[in-house]
Design a binder for this molecule. Structure first.
Ligand SMILES: Nc1ncnc2c1ncn2[C@@H]1O[C@H](COP(=O)(O)OP(=O)(O)OP(=O)(O)O)[C@@H](O)[C@H]1O
Ligand SMILES: [Mg+2]
Length: 352
């Protein structure tokens, strides 16, 4: 899949841009706060249905305007698709694929596949479990509409259950909430298991490659509940849940653990080792998408090269050969030796 063109109107600090992207590397460079990440964010929304930075789409509308508009023209196997997203002041989105309105944001999934990599991803190991769950979810939502549906349904039921817990719940309603949580949760667990299997295959190979075969990498999925015990655990801790007004068991408590040569990288890894693990994990995503869809996602690298040493930079640049890539950076140094780079300068929401 290739992104041929992107048009943005009244999107954050961008009044209007219309850019033809190269099928190779596209570099958007410029000073801080000029609108580089805004462009990546808009592309990301067309793939994931929502921003990686905010839940409130109202924030995406240029100050003082009524609505923002994103248009992406993509090409897949010789056919081109046009995606239009209109973001309105009431946080709602109007979406159309090839001028046909679609009802649910879920219908976008699968039309555009992207891989998003930002410096925050290099904290994947160090930070709390929420970031690791997000890492799995961001990828799985793009790969499976059912997963995206299950995940949003799960969190909706979870929110409702938590409100219900605080208001002297009756047993019949509680049973309904619990059954629903288990129904969605069990499917999510099985998809996460499959994803981690794939990660183990690809991330270990990449990690060995980057470290000159000195380090192996193993990913463990730490399930908070299993398909067999989820319902019983909810019932077992109901009193506690009522006391705290929150649900203590479920897939919203899952985590991942990463072992380097069998030792927990979070507790014992050096900072450099931890960042390399994150890099391996991110690059494994590309391989997983390739193996499942038969083609790579479009790579969006947000200011990430400057965070890595030269050998890691070269490793990435080698990996992105023949994959359409959009990179942001404050300078052009990281890519100055590379050929086939289309260079755009971003200044005050305009692209030159
Ligand atoms: N809704 C909005 N309307 C107008 N401007 C906005 C809106 N939302 C964000 N901005 C502006 O967009 C700019 C940030 O853009 P962006 O995050 O793309 O910067 P960047 O070029 O990636 O910078 P950096 O190099 O620091 O990452 C900020 O100046 C911010 O004030
Ligand atoms: Mg930025």
């Amino acid at each position: 899949m290739l992104i041929k063109n992107i048009t943005l109107v009244n999107y954050r600090n961008i009044e209007k841009i219309n850019i033809d992207l190269s099928p190779d590397v596209n570099l958007f460079y410029g000073d801080n706060a000029q609108g580089k990440t805004n462009i990546l964010e808009a592309i990301y929304i067309c793939a994931a249905g929502r921003s990686h930075r905010t839940h409130f789409s109202r924030e995406l509308i240029r100050f003082g305007e009524e609505s923002a508009h994103i248009q992406l023209i993509v090409e897949k196997e010789g056919f081109s698709d046009k995606i239009n997203i209109q973001i309105k002041n009431n946080n709602k989105k109007g979406i159309a694929i090839n001028n046909m309105a679609v009802k649910s944001i879920n219908e976008l999934f699968g039309t555009v596949n992207v891989f998003f990599f930002s410096p925050q991803d290099l904290l994947l190991i160090k930070e709390g479990p929420a970031l690791r769950r997000r890492y799995i979810d961001m990828e799985l939502c793009q790969l499976s509409r059912l997963y995206a549906y299950d995940l949003s349904s799960y969190y909706r039921v979870l929110r409702e259950r938590n409100i219900f817990l605080k208001n002297k719940p009756d047993k019949i309603m509680m049973d309904i909430y619990d059954e629903k949580l288990v129904e969605y949760g069990v499917r999510i667990i099985s998809e996460r298991e499959r994803f981690v299997e794939g990660l183990n295959e690809f991330a270990d190979r990449i990690h060995r490659d980057i470290t000159g075969n000195k380090e192996s990498l193993e990913v463990k999925y730490i399930k908070n509940v299993s398909a067999d015990n989820f319902y019983d655990k909810l019932k077992y801790d109901l009193k506690r849940d009522i006391l705290y007004g929150s649900t203590s068991h479920g897939i919203h408590k899952d985590d991942l653990v990463f072992n380097i040569n069998g030792i927990n990288a979070r507790d014992y890894g050096s900072q450099g080792q931890q960042r390399t693990v994150c890099l391996s994990l991110k690059l494994a995503e590309i391989e997983i998408v390739k193996s499942l869809l038969g083609q790579p996602p479009v790579l969006l690298l947000d200011d990430v090269l400057s965070e890595l040493d030269r050998s890691r930079q070269l490793y990435i640049l080698d990996k992105i050969k023949n994959i359409q890539t959009v990179i942001t950076s404050t300078g052009i140094d990281d890519l100055k030796d590379k050929q086939n780079v289309r260079i755009f300068n971003v200044k005050d929401g305009k692209v030159f």
